[in-house]
Design a binder for this molecule. Structure first.
Ligand code: ATP
Length: 356
């Protein structure tokens, strides 16, 4: 038996602080008549790792004496993690990940949409809330410009389904010209309604696309959301990084933890020849991550197909899930899932019950 545990302990993918046994994911191991049964409980979005584990470890286990066959018993039950702030949680929602940026136009919504889709492909139940009240772009990015959420009781909204996600955006409810002139209290009220008057159901992760910037409105809104952690998106330019520093300090002051940084548009990849050029400079995200001791979760390239796919309402993770461009978002989703799980304390999950 010890040899079996030894082999399992070798599994510690990139970004994991512990191996799979020390992390407590292996619940039971049993060897009987040549059949080795391994029971696993995954508390984080893990489809890729399940495959990787089997591909890497199975041949080694089969090489051990007396092991003839392997039976995997796998359960994925994503843990709810403690929130850093005292804002009460939303029934049924286990983890809220806010995607923020200190500046507009750095690709925050693009990252939010593709991150949500990538987490869903890892087997998680995922929602996407467009809280970018002043520039809701998620309906366009999902090809849902004419969608309207239904209301079963005249009080609550049902999220609009899109490629397996439960989505909601102010853009489904009011024309863009209207919300863009809202003052802070209006924007906060609208966010409160989107969060609390929606029948989200049971979700493992709710991704919230925040309005860009580090002003009072953004801060009030960030404090209003029962955030588990924030993912900060930036481009590698110095001017963008100066603002990100402000954003991180602002969130730290109100005790909202920054899970990591995503450097978007890090290199330009030519769609004709594949040549790579760092249009906005390079290494900025990594330097910032070092400075604040926060992980750099991903560096995503600037590529015309990302822009095109978003304009067409066909995000790459949904329309070309096996492409190189999508693989960057899959890597990001794995890093978000693992760092979130290992950075927090597990709390009991609440179950969603529909209002009477
Ligand atoms: N990696 C990328 N490669 C190419 N184009 C990109 C990339 N990321 C984002 N874009 C494009 O850049 C534009 C801005 O992106 P997006 O709307 O996601 O940014 P944002 O930070 O959410 O903006 P806002 O401040 O308006 O909310 C969009 O046209 C989008 O398609």
């Amino acid at each position: 038996m010890e040899q079996i545990w030894q082999q399992l302990r070798l599994f510690q993918p990139d970004g994991w602080p512990l191996d799979i046994v020390s992390a407590g994911f292996v619940q039971q191991v049993n060897l009987e008549d040549g059949l080795l049964t391994i029971s696993l409980l995954w508390p984080l979005a893990s489809n890729d790792w399940q495959q990787q584990l089997q591909a890497e470890i199975e041949p080694r286990l089969l090489a051990l004496p007396k092991v003839q066959r392997i039976g995997w018993q796998v359960r994925q039950e994503i843990a709810a993690l403690a929130r850093a702030t005292a804002v009460p949680g939303i029934p049924g929602i286990r983890n809220v990940i806010a995607v923020a940026s200190a500046k507009g136009g750095v690709g925050k919504s693009t990252v939010a949409v593709n991150l949500a889709l990538a987490l869903s492909r890892q087997g998680a139940r995922v929602g996407l809330l467009d809280a970018d009240i002043y520039g809701p772009s998620i309906p366009t990015m999902l090809g849902l410009q004419t969608a309207r959420p239904e209301s079963p009781d005249g009080k609550h909204m049902r999220p609009v389904p899109a490629s397996g996600l439960a989505t909601l955006s102010i853009g489904y409810l009011v024309p863009a010209e209207e919300s863009v002139v809202w003052r802070g209290p209006m924007a906060s009220k609208a966010l409160g309604q989107l969060l609390h008057e929606t029948l989200w159901g049971d979700l493992d992760y709710l991704i919230v696309d925040m309005p860009p910037g580090t002003g009072d409105i953004q801060l009030t809104m960030a404090q209003q959301i029962p955030t588990t952690a924030v993912v900060m998106v930036t481009t590698p330019q110095d001017v963008a990084l100066i603002d990100v520093r402000k954003g991180i300090s602002m969130l730290e002051k109100v005790n909202i933890p920054v899970l990591g940084i995503v450097e978007n548009m890090s290199v330009h990849v030519c769609s004709q020849c594949g040549h790579e050029e760092p249009l906005f400079g390079c290494g900025g995200g990594a330097a910032l991550a070092d400075e604040f001791n926060i992980p750099l979760l991903a560096s995503l390239p600037l590529h015309i197909n990302v822009r095109r796919s978003m304009d067409e309402g066909q995000p790459v993770v949904a329309s070309a899930p096996l492409s190189d461009l999508a693989s960057g978002y899959h890597r990001l989703a794995r890093q978000v899932a693992v760092r979130l799980y290992f950075s927090g304390k597990t709390i009991p999950a609440t179950i969603f019950t529909a209002p009477a």
